[in-house]
Design a binder for this molecule. Structure first.
Ligand code: IPE
Ligand code: IPE
Ligand code: MG
Length: 238
């Protein structure tokens, strides 16, 4: 494990909370609660391993389809864990960022997201990026609208923006300051992206584990990194 190459940017689709709860005859919300504990424990470990960016999928733009009970349960868990997360981030020099459209959340949750970002802005350890009300297509749509506004402003000033490189466009995405994932992990065995980082994962190495998210821990993360180390990244070359 000593000679393991640690990826700079890791993303995780934290899936399987519902199945974890079902196996135990518990309500789905209990699975989400255990899932929160799992990520809380993993954040300091990811930093210690030397990962620089850890991006996790917490709530998708499609997850609003779930029952009112489950959605409310998730909002309440966020309220509770936001405070714990701030303490955890302070103790571990972690900088927190949120990606996704936060405007759809209740006002108190928007306030606590802003507070988490502001109060950890100067931390220099792990960058912990939480995707909440996040969808890759929605992110690209919002980026296109920001770009349109910039073009209109430029026109008013009599200048013109005609060229748009991939790197230029990526600056309008929520992940403008986050490197593309080297490694994408999905727990619970599902073989799909479910609208997560669809632009950014163009060349990510994908590792799927059958472990349900609440059972995921540092040892599981190291196993995924070991698998990543066996890969030969070619980026379209030879
Ligand atoms: C992931 O676990 C957490 C969220 C999507 C909020 P799920 O709730 O999707 O768990 P499964 O897939 O039903 O087991
Ligand atoms: C993806 O999981 C979203 C999160 C983990 C937050 P889902 O459980 O919502 O994805 P599908 O429905 O199985 O594709
Ligand atoms: Mg799921």
């Amino acid at each position: 494990m000593n000679d393991l190459h640690i990826p700079e940017s890791v993303a995780i689709i934290m899936d399987g909370n519902g199945r974890w709860a079902k196996k135990r005859g518990l309500p789905r919300t209990m699975g989400h609660k255990e899932g929160c504990k799992a990520i809380e424990a993993l954040v300091p470990e990811a930093g210690k391993l030397g990962i620089k960016y850890l991006t996790v999928y917490a709530f998708s733009t499609e997850n609003w389809k779930r029952s009112e009970e489950e959605v409310t349960g998730l909002m309440n868990l966020f309220r509770y864990y936001a405070m714990r997360l701030l303490k955890n981030a302070r103790e571990n020099n972690v900088r927190i960022r949120m990606i996704g459209d936060r405007s759809r959340f209740p006002k108190d949750i928007i306030d606590s997201i802003n507070k988490l970002e502001e109060e950890t802005r100067d931390n220099t350890g792990l960058n912990f990026v939480v995707a909440a009300n996040y969808g890759g297509r929605d992110e690209i749509r919002r980026a296109a609208m920001k770009y349109r506004d910039e073009v209109l402003r430029a026109k008013e000033l009599g200048t013109d923006i005609s060229e748009l490189s991939e790197a230029d466009f990526a600056k309008y995405l929520d992940t403008a300051e986050v490197p593309d994932p080297d490694l994408l992990i999905r727990t619970s065995g599902e073989l799909r992206l479910s609208n997560f980082l669809i632009w950014q994962c163009a060349y990510s190495e994908i590792v799927i584990t059958d472990t349900l998210w609440p059972d995921f821990n540092k040892d599981e993360l190291v196993k995924c990194i070991e698998e990543y180390n066996k890969r030969n990244r070619r980026f379209g070359g030879v």
